[in-house]
Each structure stands twice: as structure tokens, then as C-alpha cells.
Design a binder for this molecule. Sequence first.
Ligand code: SAH
Length: 258
Amino acid sequence: MEPLVKVETVPGKVYIVGTGPGDPELITVKALRVIQEADVIVYDRLIPREVLGHARSDAELIYAGKRPGHHALTQDEINRLLLEKALEGKTVARLHGGDPYVFGRGEEECMYLRSHGVSCEVVPGITSVIAGPAYAGIPVTSRGVASSFAAATGREAPGKERRHVYYGKLMKAVDTLVVVMGVGNLENIVREMLEEGIDPDLPVAVVENATLPSQRVVTGRLSDIVEKAREAGVKPPAVIVFGRVVELRDKLWSLDRG
Ligand code: SAH
């Protein structure tokens, strides 16, 4: 008997690839191989040029981020684009800054593709959550100083009814907190922490353009970091590190890096 639904085999495959935090050498051997072999590469704004330089000369490069005068592709559009290319039988590398599953929505892409019968494989990357502080001389854990760390988004998805991140409570529960996408919301984050009773002297560092030649680090305390970041004109992308580990920077920071 003929099956009611004919299941077609799909030859294409999508790799959801983390390309690291910015320094083009902070890419894994596996990510490099996937990029070198891909027919199609979908990337956005945090992907270093050098990384794209590893693509085959005949590979199709598709920019999915914001351009002056153009909208960035929405997540739905990106999902459909990946699906479409895979259904054409292409090997697709969807590049994400840092790690695709750390505030990257790579998992949404993978679930969407799988639900349409397309195979999808994740290639983890070095996340800016850990490498950003490290390049500023800040370890996220340190024996006797910090036995736990957490990462949070500083900007929750707009229109969300229920809050998911309580910065003050989170800071009470862990030794080190790394906040991504937090520059625009720093004042509120700090206010919440102070209201929750966190020590105003808690060390804080903001690492802008981490791991890149343009890296800048602004350090301060909970009581003055908002002002210091404003004075320095800190802009995204930046990771914000809250915790005593920030003080280790004096001993670990090397002169050749900001
Ligand atoms: N998946 C990424 C995070 C994506 S969210 C990762 O694992 O690193 C984007 C945020 O990551 C930025 O707003 C910023 O907070 C942080 N980020 C990414 N690259 C960065 C860099 N080079 N320097 C500082 N922060 C960075």
C-alpha cells in the first residue's frame, strides 16, 4: 500500500555554529572546518570579517543583521531562509557570535529545522560571557573568591508580561554575575541590586568590544559604575561583570590588552 504521506529525504544540513567572541583566533577547529566546507553561510553583525574569509570562494554569503536603511531579518525570516537553503540540498553554516546556545537563539533555529525534517547540528563556541571577562583579566571563578557564577540578559524580550531576571536576588545567590546586552539598562540593574541590599562597594567591570583590538574596560563599584560607564561613553557590545573577581584584574591584566 502507498503511504498516505510521502516523506522526502532532505539532503541538506544546517550547522548552528558558534564563532567565538570576536578575536578571530578564538574559533574552534570544528567551526573552521564547517565554515570551509559550507555552500551557504548566514551571518550577522558580531561575526568577524576574518572568520568569513575562511568560506569557499564560491560559497553564498547571506547577511541577516541590520544594515543602514534596512531591517535585520526577523527570527522567523532567518528560520525560513535556513530551511529553504537546506531544502535546496545545501550545506548551511549559520554563524553566531560566541556560543549559539548562550543568548543566541540557535536552539530555536535547530528546533524549527528539525520540526521540518531537516537535520541540524550545533557547534558550540567560546562565549563572550567567559572570554570577555578573561581578556580583561577577570576570571569568572577563583578559589576563595568566587565559587559560582551566573549569566543573565540585561534586556529581557520586549513585551514580556512576567519578569524572569531579578538582578538583586540573582546577585545574592552567586559570587559572580555576568550580564550581556545590559549597557542600555545598567542603571536599572544597579538600582535593583542596591534596593535588594547588595554592597555598594561591590566591584563591577564593563568590557566593551571584548577580545578585539578595540577592547575597552571600565571598572568601578556598584555605587559609581553607572556614572563611570556614562562618562566613558560605553557602547554595545559589552559584558558587565559584577563580583569580587573584578579585583583580580590588577594581578592578571596584561599591558598588551585593554
Ligand atoms: N551568543 C553570544 C551572546 C549573544 S547576545 C555569546 O555567547 O557570546 C549579544 C551580547 O553578547 C552583546 O550585547 C554583548 O553583551 C555580548 N557580547 C558578544 N560579543 C561581545 C564582545 N566581543 N565584547 C563584549 N560583549 C560581547
